[in-house]
Design a protein around this ligand. Structure first.
Ligand SMILES: *[C@@H]1O[C@H](CO)[C@@H](O)[C@H](O)[C@H]1NC(C)=O
Ligand SMILES: *[C@@H]1O[C@H](CO)[C@@H](O)[C@H](O)[C@H]1NC(C)=O
Ligand SMILES: *[C@@H]1O[C@H](CO)[C@@H](O)[C@H](O)[C@H]1NC(C)=O
Ligand SMILES: *[C@@H]1O[C@H](CO)[C@@H](O)[C@H](O)[C@H]1NC(C)=O
Length: 501
């Protein structure tokens, strides 16, 4: 086979007739910011210092209405499979280190498809899609290399979580990572990957950063950039955003130095909203991480690249994190299609911004688990959003100054809400004694969800309820097993390790 040479996007357009002797596939750098809220980025909030992110966003396309799941593992499973987490049994909370749970092993992942298209595939950062056996881990799920951690969170320096060390270089426990701020490690690694990348191969670089998830930790130089923020948590958090921003700047320079930048699609997205008890902020949106309100689910996101015809705009088309799988597959020129996926390719819409998004509905979540008080379902159809069930902890509007919530008891685990009775299926009425958890919003007129019009619009409620019920035919109950003692890091040389399921 003739060897492929990578060419710039423009060159590519002129050389189409020369295909297949040149690689016209764009490089794809997919950046995930962990727990970054709507109000936590410079292009939405001038108090935040994020010039690199803002620069890319403003010279790309800011996605104004793109949705994610309210939590990490669910969002990441949607990204990797193109399926809603309620179809994977991953919709309830997140995968915990000691649980025998993986993203279902019989599904094709996004990097697997891109690899078949000739891409080199690398992940640098957080996995959080299961690790109880090797088959669940990144290098068995489509990635050529993995550098980072398996679980939800950890100390940014010691890499400790729940009494176990969690940091790997491919399969090896990377003890040398102990002591260095993770973002600096990731920058070094992706610079090496980019520098060593073979020019004739397209690159898929998945960068799910640790920032800005709790614990709140940042080198002093970033903390010191925010002398005007009095609240310690918010100040630390803001510094963490700037640390992330510097890393994003390093991505751009590394791509430029290697000559890859002119044929690279950069996607940036949060995995869920900001966590209001840990420095994050979503104002003026309602709620935050773990809630199905917009503050938990409407993501900070943008795309950037030479292929987009209209840039410097906010695009209002509706999309969801499940859409990235078919979107990127189309961007890569692959004919792969899986009709069982929930994702809709947004590629043509993004290229010209003149087509509709192809999606008029988003399912925020469907979770009727064994804990009835946790039942949670929400859907958007067109401008209307129905919430039928407990929307999640911290359901109000929080401005940055009060974002650390010192006046409320921190509840660090989303499972621990008690006493809120909700429906067990979309149509069920709650008993009269129970608090009411039904909401209908018109997001076009009321994007901040102040006016519950549930009682005045029974016709719309019944339409949206029917749409929710239709999805129940594909519902897979959450897989949420108790802790497995075999996972104990003490049995695995002190590190969270695969091999016990
Ligand atoms: C994967 O396995 C699950 C559970 O056994 C099954 O319901 C589902 O249909 C399978 N999916 C595919 C694509 O094979
Ligand atoms: C990480 O380094 C600290 C400080 O040197 C040390 O106390 C800790 O035991 C180390 N952790 C591991 C897992 O080696
Ligand atoms: C973005 O969404 C907001 C609603 O939150 C809306 O008011 C605004 O017009 C949208 N921007 C664009 C450019 O569509
Ligand atoms: C409800 O759905 C029906 C059938 O799709 C549609 O004709 C009707 O306009 C909808 N009503 C409302 C209020 O959305």
């Amino acid at each position: 086979m003739a060897s492929l040479r990578q060419v710039s996007f423009l060159e590519c357009i002129f050389m189409l007739t020369a295909c297949p002797f040149v690689s016209c596939k764009p490089n794809i750098v997919f950046i995930v910011a962990d727990d970054l809220g709507w109000n936590d980025v410079g292009f939405n909030n001038p108090d935040i210092i994020s010039p690199n992110i803002d620069g890319l966003a403003k010279s790309g396309i800011i996605l104004n209405q793109t949705y994610v799941q309210p939590l990490c593992s669910p969002s990441r499973s949607a990204l990797m499979t193109g399926m809603y987490p309620f179809r994977l049994g991953l919709q309830h909370v997140v995968i915990l280190a000691y649980q025998n749970v993986c993203m279902p092993l019989n599904l094709t992942t996004l990097p697997e498809v891109l690899k078949k298209e000739g891409y080199a595939t690398h992940i640098v950062g957080k996995w959080h899609l299961g690790m109880c056996r090797w088959e669940c881990t990144p290098t068995y799920r489509g990635f050529d290399s993995f550098y980072g951690y398996y679980n939800a969170e950890e100390d940014y320096y010691t890499k400790d979580v729940g009494g176990g060390y969690d940091f790997r270089d491919n399969k090896r426990v990377a003890t040398e990572a102990n002591g260095t701020y993770s973002t600096d490690l990731y920058v070094e690694r992706f610079k090496t990957i980019i520098a060593n990348h073979k020019q004739d191969t397209p690159l898929f670089l998945y960068l799910p950063f640790q920032n800005v998830h709790a614990p709140l930790e940042v080198p002093d130089k970033y903390y010191n950039m925010y002398p005007n923020i009095r609240d310690h948590d918010r100040r630390t958090f803001s510094g963490m955003v700037t640390a992330l921003d510097d890393a994003v700047g390093e991505v751009v320079s590394a791509l430029q130095q290697k000559g890859l930048y002119d044929n690279t699609l950069i996607v940036f997205t949060a995995d869920n909203g900001g966590w209001v008890t840990f420095g994050g902020n979503n104002y003026p949106l309602r709620g935050g991480k773990v809630t199905v309100f917009e503050g938990g689910t409407r993501a900070v996101a943008f795309v950037h690249g030479p292929m987009f015809q209209k840039t410097g705009v906010r695009y209002d088309g509706l999309s969801h994190i499940v859409d990235w799988f078919p979107t990127l597959v189309e961007a890569a020129g692959s004919s792969y299609k899986d009709p069982t996926q929930d994702g809709v390719s947004q590629w043509k819409s993004l290229l010209s911004l003149s087509l509709p998004s192809g999606r008029d509905e988003v399912v925020y979540n469907l979770d009727y688990s064994e804990f009835p008080e946790q039942g949670k379902a929400a859907i958007r159809v067109g401008d209307y959003k129905l919430i039928a069930g407990y929307p999640g902890l911290y359901p109000d509007w929080y401005k940055p100054a009060q974002a650390h919530m010192s006046s409320v008891t921190r509840v660090d685990n989303a499972v621990s809400n008690k006493g809120t009775r909700v429906a067990r299926t979309p149509g069920e009425q709650v008993t009269s004694a129970a608090p009411k958890n039904f909401y209908l919003f018109n997001l076009k007129d009321d994007p901040t969800e102040h006016n519950n019009i549930y009682d005045s619009h029974p016709d719309i409620v019944s339409n949206l309820t029917a749409r929710l019920q239709a999805h129940m035919s594909r519902y897979v109950p959450p897989n949420y097993p108790p802790p497995d003692p075999a996972s104990d890091p003490a049995k695995w040389g002190g590190a969270w390790s695969p091999g016990w399921c």
